[in-house]
Design a protein around this ligand. Structure first.
Ligand SMILES: CC(C)(COP(=O)(O)OP(=O)(O)OC[C@H]1O[C@@H](n2cnc3c(N)ncnc32)[C@H](O)[C@@H]1OP(=O)(O)O)[C@@H](O)C(=O)NCCC(=O)NCCS
Length: 418
């Protein structure tokens, strides 16, 4: 079964497949073209029993995103619009399609792949691991009035002119995170997002930016939950306090805001209320998969002062050998603020085979299956976390501690838009 790249002339057939699966309508005369920062792949219906020309039997899009990884940047294929035509479902197309997606991510030089699954179990089998959940809370606005004013800060409207300041601040304040998209063009076009999106920047008297809040006002002005707050980012607790106070100013027109959070978001620590409620909808799950282990490791800086090396082996039985570069053995070294991952021949990955060249001076050995590798290499988790989840993670104690230190940082978060 051949999976091929979809071209501009396939956009109509692909959109018919994806709107057929996920809803929505495309204008019949001019369907949206593929975004230049996406690769679309698919399987022709005509290549399958009972298939017809001009129909895509299965397809998916791969966004060329970049993500923050603990102070570094890694290329990440964001998978969207993966669907099988109803005429061809239940015939085993999912596996070959997803395997081709993984291979294509490797072909594009990506270190990771990311997706928002509707059925996580389907993706887990192919090495994707749940790394984050989108969390939202309902914030009673009346409580924010109790926050004290913060001196030396003022609010600035966000317009086309000030939007670049917000973008720069977003990059600066999320660069140490794990998983956050860099939100670059053309996937994230320049300018103010539109559709009622609003924001305020927080600056000091010298005009230096310290934070921002972005939101959309509910179209229904009688709604109790009148504000959808997309994010509140600030340098310090004081900055977050100033932004929350500004949010409290809406309490005269609506009682509650829905606030989207990063994992363990510092804003939770500043909110005065114990009366937060989780927002009622099911939180979205974010899954990631390692595509290229060495690229994933080398993308991040080594923590200050961490020196040493381990032997890391990753086993990937979820896709045929050679689909991507997740599996293998590497000497992973931290030195001078850099991480290097040098491939080792399979024999040197087997401690029973005795010492071999390139493995001298190691702290120890870590063996991960692809599921554990996908969890850990995204950052912010530990070998013990992987074991608690029942994933395959064996480590000499010292080597496990080394890997944990190497990949330390906040637990991953992904917020997919401004
Ligand atoms: C989900 C979808 C992509 C599966 O594609 P498919 O070609 O029908 O799946 P396959 O025949 O290859 O089956 C793969 C496995 O998934 C399971 N599966 C398929 N559809 C499923 C469903 N709706 N719920 C649970 N499991 C399902 C199959 O039982 C099979 O498991 P098995 O190997 O143990 O038998 C397809 O049904 C579809 O396009 N659905 C609508 C869009 C969608 O949900 N896309 C995924 C968004 S995350």
């Amino acid at each position: 079964m051949r999976v091929r790249d979809l071209r501009a002339e396939d956009a109509r057939a692909y959109r018919a497949l994806s709107t057929g699966a996920f809803g929505g309508r495309e204008p019949a005369e001019s369907p949206r073209p593929f975004n230049p920062a996406e690769t679309a792949i698919g399987i022709d219906s005509s290549s399958l029993p009972g298939g017809v020309d001009g129909v895509i039997a299965a397809g998916a899009r791969i966004r060329h995103d970049r993500i923050a990884v603990g102070g570094g940047v890694a290329a990440c294929g964001g998978i969207g619009g993966l669907a099988v035509h109803p005429a061809h479902r239940g015939n085993g197309l999912f596996g070959p399609l997803l395997t081709a997606v993984i291979a294509r991510c490797q072909g594009e030089g990506m270190a990771f792949s990311m997706l928002y699954p509707s059925n996580p179990a389907l993706y887990r089998r192919y090495g994707y691991q749940e790394v984050a959940r989108e969390t939202e809370v309902q914030v009673p606005l009346g409580d924010l009035q109790r926050l004290r004013p913060v001196g030396d800060r003022r609010l600035v409207p966000v317009t086309e002119r000030t939007m670049p300041r917000l973008r720069a601040l977003y990059r600066e304040l999320t660069c140490e995170d794990n998983g956050m998209l860099l939100r670059e063009g053309p996937l994230f076009p320049e300018g103010v997002p539109g559709d009622g999106w609003s924001a305020l920047l927080l600056e000091d008297v010298d005009g230096r930016d310290h934070g921002y809040i972005s939101w959309t006002r509910a179209a229904d002005h009688t709604s109790e939950e009148g504000l959808e707050v997309h994010e509140i980012l600030g340098r310090t607790r004081e900055d977050l306090t100033a932004l929350l106070r500004s949010l409290g100013s809406w309490s005269t027109v609506t009682s509650t805001a829905r606030l989207r959070l990063r994992t363990e978001d510092p804003v939770l620590n500043v909110l005065p209320s114990g009366r937060l409620r989780p927002a009622p909808d099911m939180p979205g799950i974010v899954m990631m998969r390692v595509i290229d282990t060495a690229a994933a490791l080398e993308a991040r800086p080594a923590p200050d002062g961490l020196e040493g090396a381990i032997l890391l082996t990753v086993e990937d039985l979820t896709v045929p050998e050679g689909t991507c570069r997740a599996a293998g053995s590497w000497k992973v070294r931290a030195a001078g603020g850099r991480i290097t991952a040098d491939p080792l021949p399979q024999s040197s990955a087997d401690p029973a085979a005795g010492p071999s060249s390139g493995t001298e001076g190691l702290v120890g050995v870590v063996r991960l299956d692809i599921h554990a590798a996908s969890l850990l290499l995204t950052g912010g988790r530990t070998v013990a976390d992987a074991r608690r989840l029942g994933l395959g993670a064996d480590a000499d104690p010292a080597a496990g501690r080394f890997l944990d230190a190497l990949l330390a940082g906040p637990r991953p978060s992904v917020l997919d838009a401004f």
